[in-house]
Design a binder for this molecule. Structure first.
Ligand code: HEM
Length: 192
């Protein structure tokens, strides 16, 4: 009934004919060069892993978590973003899966960023901000909630590169009738 997608020549085992790159390099000619608008965020490209602390006034206790964050590109002026977290017990063993999210960061001239981020908890965020001198600062432009999602009204996320290999992350939010305040802080190291 449907025609199959045409075969193509590619080093990738995937039928998708374009490479995704996790670095600013062209990886032996397989990966696209980063778009010029990605210059302010080139240092973020790659996989990051680390741990953090979280809190919110509605929660009975603070928590410790681990997190993995990935940024990649396909040569166009946006980043693909993915993050997943899991809670840790007092011995640093995984306790249970926590937040996941994925999205797109659209780079604009002068380091302006428009981000779209969705979470399996029914929250879809659009955030805007800037990437300047190794820091990306994104604040809510709009939030859409599914009918059963928790009431998140605004967030602010800051990512700061320290040297080549450390990325700190802070996340503030206004949610469930609480004013904007700290929810998460993490320190991540580049894994490759
Ligand atoms: C590293 C990522 C994150 C971790 C580890 C995390 C962890 C947690 C934990 C442990 C709770 C307590 C409820 C539970 O045990 O599940 C919680 C609650 C909550 N989180 Fe997060 N969270 C993360 C990211 C986010 C993000 C990105 C948002 C929103 C944009 C968010 C919004 C909320 C809300 C609205 C609550 C419920 C508060 C309440 O109803 O009292 N979280 N989070």
């Amino acid at each position: 009934m449907f025609d199959p997608a045409p075969e193509h020549r590619s080093a990738s085992p995937s039928p998708y004919p374009y490479a995704e790159s996790h670095s600013g390099d062209t990886e032996a000619g397989q990966a696209p060069a980063p778009h010029a608008l990605l210059v302010p965020v080139l240092g973020l490209l790659g996989r990051w892993r680390g741990r953090g602390r979280g809190e919110y006034p509605t929660l009975s206790a603070d928590f410790t978590y681990a997190q993995e964050v990935t940024f990649s590109h396909d040569g166009r002026p946006f980043l693909r973003y993915e993050a997943r977290a899991w809670l840790l017990d007092a011995d640093d063993a995984p306790l249970r899966p926590a937040a996941r999210e994925s999205g797109w960061w659209r780079l604009q001239p002068d380091g302006r960023v428009e981000a779209l981020v969705t979470q399996p908890t029914g929250i879809a965020e659009i955030a805007v901000g800037h990437a300047v001198d190794g820091t990306v600062d994104l604040s809510t432009h709009g939030v859409a909630l599914t009918p059963t999602a928790k009431d998140v009204t605004a967030t602010r996320r800051r990512y700061t590169l320290t040297g080549d290999d450390t990325l700190t992350f802070t996340h503030d939010m206004a949610a469930v009738d609480q004013p904007m305040q700290h929810h998460l802080s993490a320190r991540l190291r580049r894994t490759r």
